[in-house]
Every structure is written in structure tokens, then in C-alpha cells.
Design a binder for this molecule. Structure first.
Ligand code: ZN
Length: 335
């Protein structure tokens, strides 16, 4: 499948280019049809180059809306540098309102670096990695919890082995200004946009802003303010004297950070997102749907910390993520 840079796109010229990636998609009802996926380039002079992506998962909405607004508002004269915006990265998924692509069933964030000869998700991933990531110094990818999880709003980064890269990433993440900046240990990092960008030595930041398949004014506001803060941090927008709202750096400990459902049932949460959790504290119960008289399974935390994620739907299956507990992370060695 061939996805090309639109002819009206000029990576070497200053200006604003609003266009569509033409993704061939032949169906029974549209034999020679294509999906037209929005892409926006705003460029002026020689400053830093940033790529913003939203809709990596099609049921996460803060990124798509905040980036759509940015694409409509930002003009070349406002900036020094280059801003590329893909508001709807897994475009077929966002059209469907689903996490995964309804066309090939793939998770965009397990499809990098992609394959130009592969199915639609792999071909989009390949285009984004080869043509857009390679033209960027910084990549910012918006996520939320999607239909199955809800997060206390967080910026998300990872533990990096390169201390200089880690230092720059922490500094940029602080400027974004989310209430929590989470240094996340991923359960499955193979094929993530995060992983391929970090391995290329670039700065990568993600978010987990809310979830449950809905939006809130609070989480959208964090996204919109954070975008401007990030553009100022990299001097793509002029710096101003705004003092950043403080962020709390936290991490997911190797042991006890993730709590998966030990069996299927209905999850009864006992604490709210953002609440403090003590070691050994009861945080929820799972009620059986098949045995009315068996006791509910009690879920306790192995560690002390803050509840940053919980199941976004009451019905849970065996090994669904039902809670993530984060503990404070000292970033002073990087500052
Ligand atoms: Zn996501």
C-alpha cells in the first residue's frame, strides 16, 4: 500500500499546509476509494521540529480535539520552527470509535515501525515513522484510557538509559504541566510509537489524560494548555512569564504497580482516582456473575502510593487492568 506525502505539502517551505494523506481503501461499496486522513504542517524558519499525534487509539478523545483546534488556530507567523499535526492517527479506528482498527484489527501502538507492504495500520505506521518522525526532534503522542480504563490525568514518559535524553525528556514533561508526570513501566513495549522514537534518540512524551470513552473539560484543558506549554518550552512559540503549575513525578514500581483482575466478574471500586493507598489496603472487590453465594474477591494493594488508573468498565475479565498504583519518583538526579 502506497501512502505518499501530499503534493500540496512542502517540507522545505515556510507556510501552513492543510491536507490529507490518501490511503487506498477498496471496499464493496467503493471499489477505487481511499480514506483521506488529515495532516497539517506549519513551518516558519529554522527552530525545533515537533510532531503531535492524537487518536493513536480511536476511543481516546483529548488529543484529537486539542490537536484539531491547534491545527485551525496556529499560523506560521506565530512560530519559529516546524509543527506537524496528525489529529487522528488510527483514522479508521477513530471513524469507528474503537481502540483498534476495524479494517485489519490491529493496535496502532503495537504496529511500529510499520511496514509499507503490510495492512492499513502497518502502512500508516510506516509512513508516520519514515516521513514524519524522521523530520522531527520531538514527538508528542496523546492517549487517554480508552473505553476500558480511566486515568488520573498524567503526562507519560519512560525510564531511559541515556541520561541526557532522560534529562531533556523530564524537563519538557515538567513544562507540559499535567498534575502527575508518570514514568511508566510498560507491560508490552514492542511495536509502540514510544519505543521506536525513544530508540531513535529523540524526545518522546505521551499522556494518559482520562478515559472511559468520554471527555471532560478538565482533561481537555490540560491537553490544550499543555500543548502551548510544550511549544514554549521548545521555543517554537515565544517564551512567556507564565509560571507552570507544578507536576508530581511518579513511577509505576516493578512490584505492585499493576493490579490485574484475578478472575472475571463485576468490579466494585472502593477508592477514587488520585486517592492515597496504603500497603495492604482494600481497594476493590470482584463479584461473581455465576455464583450468587460465593464471597467477593478482595483486591488489596501490595504497595503504598496513589491510584492513577482503574478499570473504566464495571464488568472485568480475567487479567484486565483494574488498578495502577504509582509512587513518587525523585527526578533530582536528572536536574
Ligand atoms: Zn491509547
Amino acid at each position: 500500500m502506497s501512502i505518499k506525502i501530499p503534493e500540496d505539502f512542502k517540507f522545505d517551505s515556510d507556510g501552513k499546509f492543510v491536507s490529507y494523506l490518501k490511503i487506498p481503501h477498496s471496499t464493496n461499496n467503493s471499489g477505487w476509494g481511499s480514506l483521506m486522513m488529515p495532516i497539517i504542517l506549519i513551518r516558519n524558519g529554522k527552530g525545533k521540529k515537533i510532531l503531535f499525534t492524537g487518536g493513536n487509539h480511536g476511543d481516546e478523545y483529548e488529543g484529537p480535539i486539542a490537536l484539531r483546534k491547534l491545527a485551525n488556530e496556529l499560523e506560521p507567523d506565530d512560530i519559529e520552527g516546524q509543527v506537524i499535526i496528525i489529529p487522528y492517527l488510527n483514522f479508521p479506528a477513530i471513524l469507528e470509535g474503537s481502540r483498534l482498527s476495524p479494517i485489519d484489527g490491529l493496535n496502532m501502538n503495537r504496529s511500529f515501525p510499520g511496514d509499507p507492504q503490510g495492512s492499513i495500520t502497518l502502512a500508516i505506521a510506516d509512513f508516520v515513522f519514515q516521513e514524519l518522525v524522521q523530520r522531527s526532534d520531538v514527538v508528542f503522542d496523546f492517549h487517554s484510557g480508552g473505553s476500558s480504563m480511566i486515568f488520573e490525568p498524567c503526562a507519560v514518559i519512560h525510564h531511559l538509559t541515556d541520561a541526557q535524553q532522560m534529562k531533556k525528556t523530564i524537563s519538557a514533561t515538567r513544562s507540559f504541566g499535567a498534575p502527575i508526570s508518570l514514568v511508566l513501566r510498560e507491560l508490552d513495549s514492542e511495536g509502540m510509537l514510544d519505543t521506536v522514537v525513544e530508540e531513535s534518540g529523540r524526545i518522546f512524551i505521551s499522556t494518559e489524560l482520562g478515559g472511559g470513552g468520554f471527555l471532560s473539560p478538565k482533561t481537555l484543558n490540560i491537553a490544550e494548555k499543555g500543548i502551548r506549554n510544550i511549544l514554549r518550552h521548545f521555543e517554537i512559540l515565544p517564551k512567556n512569564d507564565d509560571t507552570f503549575q507544578g507536576t508530581r513525578f511518579m513511577e509505576t514500581p516493578v512490584d505492585g504497580g499493576y493490579i490485574m483482575s484475578p478472575n472475571a466478574g463485576i468490579y466494585e471500586p472502593l477508592i477514587e482516582l488520585g486517592e492515597k493507598v496504603n500497603k495492604g489496603q482494600l481497594i476493590g472487590r470482584i463479584h461473581s456473575l455465576t455464583e450468587i453465594d460465593c464471597p467477593a474477591v478482595e483486591i488489596t494493594s501490595k504497595i503504598e502510593g496513589i491510584l492513577v488508573t482503574r478499570a473504566g468498565r464495571a464488568p472485568v475479565k480475567h487479567w484486565d487492568t483494574i488498578a495502577v498504583i504509582a509512587s513518587d519518583f525523585d527526578v533530582s538526579i536528572y536536574e
